[in-house]
Design a protein around this ligand. Structure first.
Ligand code: 6GU
Length: 226
């Protein structure tokens, strides 16, 4: 499996690419490649963007720059890149990322296009299979969104997360019926008069299971206990 990320800021991915589950995925044969649009631009002076037609604020990443980067990395015609892999544009105008989409994107090669400035020229639609947003708010660029997406995707790769039970029990996964995970506690059993729910200390596994099941999907604070 290969993950190819196109960005103006490859350094933004340094921390992410060093995370244990990402490192483990790489040991399992997953290639994480970071590509800088500027390295492949056919324009002089490393130009990658231009003013929007019709006027208005900001700059737009040029479609010829995107095509040149895809062709420089994959060879062939940029429109054919998506024949062999999902090609995702990160954009606030895209379909909202969820667990099901992350699972889908983890099944094969994946190419991710990050935008900056006001985004990518709309004709990028000719090159992509998916346009994905991570939520209804605007970020300054696609890099943080891409890392959110890639983190969710890498967690779905068999063996990337050391304890498979923790992925099976992840919030929103089919294993939890799409619910949020139950709340977790650890030592100390009491702190500032804030107790851990007694059932978790009881050693009664069936009661613990029942308590957790009852709390799936609840983002509410735990009931106060005297
Ligand atoms: Cl994918 N990109 C940007 N720039 N902002 C976003 C987003 C993506 N998803 C939510 N906000």
């Amino acid at each position: 499996m290969r993950l190819d990320v196109f960005t103006l800021f490859p350094d933004a991915f340094t921390w992410f690419s060093q995370q244990p589950h990402v490192a483990r995925a790489r040991e399992l044969g997953v290639a994480l490649n970071l590509w800088d649009y500027r390295v492949h631009t056919p324009l002089r002076h490393g130009q990658v963007d231009d003013a929007p037609y019709g006027g208005g604020a900001g700059m737009v990443l040029r479609i010829d720059v995107i095509c040149a980067a895809l062709e420089g990395v994959f060879g062939g015609d940029a429109v054919d890149v998506r024949l062999a892999r999902r090609v995702v544009e990160l954009t606030p105008r895209g379909r909202q990322l969820d667990d099901a989409l992350a699972t889908e994107l983890a099944t094969g090669d994946l190419c991710v296009l990050c935008g900056r400035y006001e985004g990518i020229d709309e004709r990028v639609a000719q090159l992509v299979t998916d346009r994905v947003s991570i939520g209804p708010y605007v970020l300054s660029g696609g890099e943080i969104a891409a890392q959110a997406l890639l983190d969710a995707v890498v967690r779905k790769i068999d063996g990337a997360v050391s304890n498979p039970e923790s992925v099976a029990a992840d919030s929103f996964s089919p294993g939890l019926g799409g619910a949020c995970e139950y709340p977790h506690y650890t030592r100390p059993a009491e702190f500032r008069g804030w107790p851990v729910p007694a059932v978790l200390l009881s050693g009664d596994h069936a009661a613990v299971e029942r308590w957790r099941r009852e709390r799936l999907g609840s983002g509410e604070p735990p009931p106060h206990q005297d």
